[in-house]
Design a protein around this ligand. Structure first.
Ligand SMILES: Cc1cc2nc3c(=O)[nH]c(=O)nc-3n(C[C@H](O)[C@H](O)[C@H](O)COP(=O)(O)OP(=O)(O)OC[C@H]3O[C@@H](n4cnc5c(N)ncnc54)[C@H](O)[C@@H]3O)c2cc1C
Length: 464
């Protein structure tokens, strides 16, 4: 199979596209993009969101994540407010989340289980309420630049090609798709890029029988787990090392693992399983080979669980992540690059736009354990400068593709923190439009004031 490289401008000129204008264009309707689009629109900018799949929600909704994480530091102090908290409050009111519950494996202070479908539907409604125009099944395939400014995006839509012009573009695509098309320099690839996974959901599970087994076999769960806490609502289990080892030795499992992660809704008899792994390189997530390999692993795990794991005898596969779940791919080189030391040492910044506190969570494609983590104590501040790109003056980046090293990204990529960087990107974009300047030239104090007015937590002491 050959890939033919086409000249970007020639590609644009070849399509008779209709011109469309907005104040702010957001590419990617995941956690960061939704927060960005809602915030930009609420701050007065005419906002267009482009999402390549058929629904908003991104990885949190459609990779069926166990829970949104990162709202509190290890001591239980809240570090994320603003859009993320608004979304959680709304889900709680509608019954789509129990809210923040204690992390029963002691990994962080809290975790926030969500019903995936209710999350995505609620986010879609919030975008409409904020007045955001959303184009589904649409995304940029080429970019026209004039110097260091993106003039327009060439966008494919189900109704044909469009040229989309806006003074500010937000890349919240996870994979830094816009930045990559624009030729923005990227952080160097590391040998230990985090692996991809495919999460899956099983129904018909007798969660009580599973928990009984685990209580009788405490060595099957991580030390420090408070098994049984809140099990009416949601149970979080890391372990099953002994059963996994037996499954591998017997040949039922081709992938050697010493633990897996189960997130269970006991009353519904549903469990989300995080166990599969495959290596990927930056921007590789679309490759079908990785999907086929992960699919093989999913089906092996399902059969093994039916045969060997207490409570799963009559389970059935109810859902699978809608695409290869990418933990780490392209990350831009921004005005500042956040490092592992910034995260570990609780760095503070004059231009802080929010906080994070999730451990540096690094998974490995070839080690059998689930992940390696570095605790981060009281949390850290996030500087506005990691959202801005020197190579492209009207581009703002949010979510997991922002300017960070491999280590720092192990914490920044978590969904509560993506809500933070998305909201800050949206407000920064709206301010830039309001003042007729490029986002990085904006007044960071004003940005922080606007974020505070939106109930965001912009610094570790909670204030300005
Ligand atoms: C297997 C796995 C398990 C995880 N577990 C957890 C967990 O338990 N808790 C947690 O908080 N975090 C977890 N994470 C991390 C977290 O899910 C992600 O880092 C986070 O969701 C990234 O958010 P985002 O908005 O940057 O990107 P995404 O949520 O991935 O959104 C990007 C969006 O952009 C769209 N898009 C991509 N390209 C284009 C294009 N060209 N045009 C238009 N749209 C485009 C995509 O369709 C997608 O909707 C996990 C990640 C993985 C992969």
């Amino acid at each position: 199979m050959h890939e033919q490289r086409t000249d970007v401008d020639a590609n644009i000129d070849a399509t008779a596209a209709t011109d469309v204008e907005a104040d702010v264009v957001v590419v990617g309707g995941g956690s960061a993009g939704i927060a960005a689009a809602v915030s930009a629109s609420e701050e007065g900018a005419r906002t267009l969101l482009l999402e390549s799949s058929g629904s908003v929600g991104g990885t949190l909704a459609w990779q069926l994540l166990e829970h949104s994480a990162g709202f509190h530091d290890v001591r239980g102090n809240q570090v994320v407010g603003g859009f993320g908290q608004r979304l959680v409050d709304r889900l709680v009111r509608g019954g789509g989340s129990p809210g923040h519950v204690r992390d029963d494996v002691g990994y962080t202070a809290t975790r926030t289980p969500v019903d995936h479908a209710e999350l995505a539907l609620t986010e879609s409604i919030m975008l409409a309420e904020a007045g955001v125009e959303v184009w589904l099944q649409s995304g940029p395939h080429a970019i026209h630049r004039a110097g260091d400014v993106i003039e327009f995006l060439a966008v494919h839509t189900p109704n044909g090609p469009r040229r989309v012009r806006a003074p500010v573009i937000i890349d919240a695509s996870g994979d830094a798709v816009v930045a990559s098309l624009a030729g923005v320099p990227m952080q160097p690839d590391t040998a230990d890029t985090q692996p991809a996974s495919l999460l899956f959901k099983l129904g018909g599970v007798d969660v009580g029988a599973l928990l009984d087994y685990l209580r009788e076999h405490p060595s099957e769960v991580r030390p420090g787990s408070t098994l049984g806490y809140g099990t009416d609502e949601h149970a979080n289990v890391w372990g099953l090392g002994e059963l996994l080892s037996a499954g591998y030795t017997s040949g039922k499992l081709g992938l050697r693992r010493t633990e897996l992660h189960l997130a269970a809704w006991p009353q519904r008899g549903e469990v989300v399983v995080n166990a599969t792994r495959t290596p990927v390189r930056s921007g590789d997530g679309w490759a079908g080979a990785a999907h086929a390999q992960l699919s093989h692993q999913v089906l092996q795990f399902v059969r093994w669980m039916r045969e060997d794991v207490p409570g799963f005898a009559h389970c059935h596969l109810t859902a699978v992540g809608d695409r290869v779940g990418i933990r780490e791919s392209r990350r831009v080189v921004g005005v500042y690059t956040m490092t592992g030391d910034d995260v570990r040492c609780g760095a503070r910044f004059d231009d802080s736009i929010g906080c994070g506190a999730f451990p540096i969570d690094i998974h490995s494609a070839d080690r059998p354990g689930l992940s390696h983590t570095d605790a981060v104590g009281a949390g850290f501040e996030i500087p506005a400068r990691i959202l801005f790109v020197p190579a492209c003056a009207n581009l703002v980046v949010a979510g997991r593709c922002l300017s960070s090293t491999h280590e720092a990204n192990g914490s920044l990529r978590i969904t509560a923190t993506c809500f933070v960087t998305g909201e800050a990107a949206g407000v920064a974009a709206a301010l830039a439009v309001e003042h007729g300047i490029h986002p990085e030239k904006g007044d960071y104090d004003l940005l922080r004031q606007r974020l505070l007015a939106r109930d965001a937590i912009v610094s570790l002491n909670g204030g300005s």
